[in-house]
Design a protein around this ligand. Structure first.
Ligand code: PHE
Length: 341
């Protein structure tokens, strides 16, 4: 056997012994961390490792065979180093604590759930209560013309309610009939009466717009609930009964309703509606018997039909119900406020 063959045989023995010691089949754990370290010292130890010993045999290999011997030596060294690194990595992985087992009985991470805005809740509740009294819920447009917001409601051109400073007129040119954001939901009375014959029982809830400075009780956009009943023989007593039934259902308990004489161009007689709840009277809106001029404007015969109409502020009744002192809170979108409802 040549010196080179003997040298290569030594390398091969080293490689297979190292593979046997550091093979991935070697068990892992604390004990094997020691085993891996022992293998490192045995095979690659800088002072008395077996590779070091084989390196010394290189001196006995003839000069002509040295390059081949050196190449094999380096290959074997790299292969054993790779086996060692893999074994060390397995030991390290085994030493890191495993993720705790999944406990399916633990409470989950709650997903925050939203809910309807208090004003939307109020609107739905009003619709539901009025529905039980036979009032159908209808919608109307928020952009209105002069006829529906004013003329048909007996609010003539020179009436101060039509002042540009008191309304949001739209900039689009429409000649003598400018459009505006509706200032009241009474517009829907007209739209419904124009399209249908009596008897009628409707409510309409939606946004209205007035250029008011925002304060605790005003906002340039707010919501109204409009009620209209057209039936033969209707009187103010029916109006008061409906409002009292509604208020008692909505606020809970025995609510008293008080009428104070007032004026609206489209009702005659007209009243302000106050409600007493928890020992305090609060103004909730306006009401009255539908003015004959309004009935005539939509093509009804005032000699034959009569009815009542009322308009209440949604923010007002919601604030009263929930004890909200400042209606601006409804529009701030602060979840700390909204989540209370
Ligand atoms: N539309 C009136 C307002 O906005 C309220 C009202 C409605 C009055 C219906 C009488 C009848 O002030």
């Amino acid at each position: 056997m040549t010196a080179l063959d003997a040298f290569l045989a030594e390398l091969e023995r080293l490689r297979s012994d190292a593979a046997a010691a550091l093979d991935s089949a070697v068990p892992t754990g604390v004990a094997s961390a020691d085993a891996v370290e022992a293998a490192r010292v045995e095979f690659l130890g800088a002072r008395s490792g077996r590779l070091k010993a084989i390196q010394k045999l290189l001196g006995g290999v003839p000069a002509a065979d040295k390059p081949a011997a050196g190449r094999h030596f380096n290959e074997t060294k790299a292969a054993v180093a790779a086996l060692l690194a893999a074994a060390q990595a397995r030991v390290a992985a085994a030493a890191t604590p495993a993720a705790p087992p999944l406990d399916v009985t633990l409470p989950g991470t709650p997903v925050p759930r939203g809910h309807l805005h208090p004003l939307t809740q109020t609107i739905r509740r009003v619709q539901e209560i009025m529905g039980r009294l036979g009032f159908e819920s209808v919608d109307g447009p928020e952009v209105e013309d002069q006829w529906h917001n004013f003329e048909a409601l007996a609010i003539p051109a020179e009436h101060p309610a039509r002042d540009p400073l008191d309304n949001f007129y739209l900039a689009v040119a429409r000649g003598s009939d400018p459009l505006l954001l509706r200032s009241q939901t009474s517009t829907v009375q007209i739209r419904v009466m124009e399209g249908r014959k009596p008897p009628l029982r409707i409510v309409s809830l939606g946004r209205v717009y007035r250029p008011d400075t925002a304060d605790a009780t005003h906002y340039p956009m707010f919501h109204q609930v409009e009620g209209l009943l057209i039936e033969p023989g209707t009187t103010m007593a029916h109006l008061k009964s409906v409002l009292r039934l509604f208020a008692s259902s909505f606020l809970g308990g025995d609510v008293h309703v008080r009428f104070r004489p007032s004026f609206f161009p489209f009702t005659e007689p007209s009243v302000e509606v106050d409600m007493e709840w928890g020992g305090r009277w609060v103004e909730m809106g306006g009401a009255g018997m539908v003015d004959p001029a309004v009935l005539a404007a939509v093509g009804y015969d005032p000699a034959e039909v009569s009815g009542f109409a009322f308009g209440l502020g949604v923010e007002r009744i919601a604030a009263r119900r929930y004890g909200v002192a400042d209606i601006r809170d409804f529009f701030r979108n602060d979840v700390r406020f909204l989540s209370q409802f």
